[in-house]
Write a protein that binds this ligand. Structure first.
Ligand code: SF4
Ligand code: SF4
Length: 435
């Protein structure tokens, strides 16, 4: 794609990187074929190629965003299916991030949109705020008819109750029986995940400890920052990124870390991008790069580093039919697809890919809250594809997908790490108690 940035414009590091990406695009449109919003809405501007043109036009011509551009960019799920399909290696993720930041700087959204987006940014990235809102929304449920449609939908998406934690809060989870650890890793426990599904972190910690790995949950690290990043709130996101980089890097230097484990693929994709985000920051670039290099999804870490000790128990001697939902951030963002499937196969169960598995379930961070109608259609398609397999349960590696899919089907769904924990000596996951 030809570009027309001036020399002055290219002094800006973001323009410079985006220009290189635009130049890789050959307008072929292959990406449209696998874009969920293009498939649903059929408008060129709701596909990756059209969005690339919109972003290029704003940046190259120093144009402020307008209502039309914002509508089409907001409809993008950041699922990165287009990146898997693109034969030219166009890094759409970095373009859409740049486009969203430009929108945030140059466009004033209507009051209600601003209010909702600011609210989500404040509430979802802090687990204490999220817990309080969870209680308030439960109280509000009998009065739903008072609220406008989008707020009503948001309230409906809140979980009915938050499960109780079974592990105490600690900064270091040592290996049992005072044995010398074979490795030491930091775990990102996340902002929303640790409130709505504490069992995922608990299964991860138990599983790692049982295999001789010490787990560090660094004080001060809560959210990975991707929530604000995808809302285009660059300053807020960067503040979180910086803090995380400094805390983990300090831990790495002082006490040693073999890896930083993410068990939420949406967060893992962003952690792996810290190096790029701070590429021009003289003080942070090396540290950010190190943090990205240390980051691994839990499935990658297990696959590469641990000889899993599977245990046969009476309660797990039945063979289950499991549907594997490949989260977009896992398969497109981190290019991890076969690893979790192969890990589950080691438990002796049958695992099936979901038809049209490259398409998003509609969760996409805050997307199901902000673009509810499109998210609902995607969920309906996802559930109908899952039901074709007739699985006894569903598994995936991303809490957003778990919450979204659980809203569309009664088939139980759980994180892949819970299955591996169960088959290596952990308890049977609560969600499978009736199976
Ligand atoms: S597939 Fe890649 S090269 Fe082709 S239009 Fe899409 S982004 Fe551009
Ligand atoms: S990230 Fe997903 S929704 Fe956005 S343009 Fe690419 S394929 Fe379409």
């Amino acid at each position: 794609m030809e570009t027309h940035f001036s020399k002055e414009q290219l002094k800006d590091k973001n323009n410079k990187s985006s220009e290189k990406i635009f130049r890789k695009c050959v307008h072929c449109g292959f990406c449209n074929a696998t874009c969920p919003t293009y498939q649903l809405l059929g408008d060129e501007l709701d596909g990756p190629r059209g969005r690339i043109y919109l972003i290029k036009d704003m940046l190259e011509n120093n144009k402020p965003a307008n209502e039309k551009i914002v509508k089409h960019i907001d409809r993008c799920l950041s699922c990165y299916s287009c990146m898997t399909t693109c034969p030219s290696g166009v890094n759409y993720m970095h373009l859409i991030d740049h486009g969203r930041n430009h929108i945030e700087k140059t466009y004033q959204r209507p009051f209600r949109d601003r209010f909702v987006r600011n609210f989500l940014s404040k509430v979802l990235s802090k687990s204490t705020n999220f817990r309080i809102i969870g209680i308030l929304t439960r109280l509000a449920k009998p009065f739903l008819f008072f609220f406008p449609k989008n707020i009503r939908e948001m309230i409906n998406l809140m979980p009915k109750k938050f499960p109780k934690k079974t592990l105490p809060n600690m900064n270091i989870y040592p290996v049992k029986n005072k044995k010398k650890p074979v490795a030491r890793v930091a775990l990102l426990t996340g902002c929303v995940q640790k409130v709505i599904a504490p069992q995922i972190n608990e299964a991860t910690i138990r599983l790692l400890n049982r295999h001789g790995i010490e787990v560090v949950v660094s004080k001060g690290i809560n959210c990975c920052g991707s929530l604000n990043h995808h809302l285009g709130k660059n300053d807020l996101a960067n503040e979180i990124f910086r803090k995380n980089i400094l805390i983990w890097h300090d831990e790495y230097l002082k006490n040693g870390l073999d890896a930083i484990i993410s068990n939420t693929s949406g967060c893992g994709t962003t952690l792996k991008d810290y190096g790029f985000i701070f590429r021009s920051d003289e003080n942070l670039k090396k540290k950010a790069k190190k943090i990205s290099e240390l980051t691994q999804d839990i499935s990658e870490y297990l696959d590469e580093n641990i000889k899993l000790n599977f245990i046969k128990k009476k309660e797990n001697d039945k063979e289950y039919k499991i549907a594997y939902h490949s989260a977009c951030s896992m398969q497109h963002g981190q290019k991890i697809h076969d690893i979790p499937i192969n890990l589950i196969k080691k438990t002796g169960n049958q695992v099936f890919d979901i038809p049209d598995g490259h398409l998003c379930c509609g969760s996409a961070g805050t997307y199901n809250l902000l673009q509810n109608d499109i998210a609902k259609k995607l969920l309906k398609n996802k559930v109908s594809n899952i039901e074709k397999i007739k699985p006894q349960f569903i598994t995936t590696g991303n809490i957003g997908c778990i919450a979204q899919i659980a809203n569309g089907t009664k088939i139980p769904i759980l994180h892949t790490v819970e299955i591996i924990d169960w088959y290596t000596g952990g308890p049977k996951p609560e969600v499978l108690r009736n199976l």
